[in-house]
Design a protein around this ligand. Sequence first.
Ligand SMILES: [Fe+2]
Ligand SMILES: [Fe+2]
Length: 164
Amino acid sequence: MERVSDYLIADHARLRGLLAAAAAGAAVEPEAFAAFRAGLLRHIGIEEKLLFPAVRDGGGAALAERLRALHVEHAAISSLLVPAPDLALCGELAGLLAAHDAQEEGPDGVYEACEVVLGAAASEALGARARAAPAVRPAPHGDRPGLTRTAAEALRLARRPRGA
Ligand SMILES: [Fe+2]
Ligand SMILES: [Fe+2]
């Protein structure tokens, strides 16, 4: 049985590979990017709907604060998945994801803190649910002018207090 964090860490690598494949040529490769985009939205959904709720009440204020910071970054990442991509946007996504995944992985990462709260049996049960999570069928790309296309702007907007 696989712990939920092992599943999610392997998914990070899979998604990084898809993004690299999408951005490997002179223009964005649409099929690889579509697979990356759907896979990343599914991954964020697993974290937000399965993992975070399972640990939020048992991990104390420090973990809750780290989950809140990741949640804000999920909003920023998702906003960069709205516009039709070009290579520059793929670069912005790669940079934002590298920083984000680094906060989740590793001995001091949020996933390991979640494992401590869950314990082995609950983590393996959650891992099975994560594996079984259905594919996501994302909405078409938006085409409004002025859609956010940089990580810095996406983070600034996601961190802005509501109504500001
Ligand atoms: Fe995440
Ligand atoms: Fe993740």
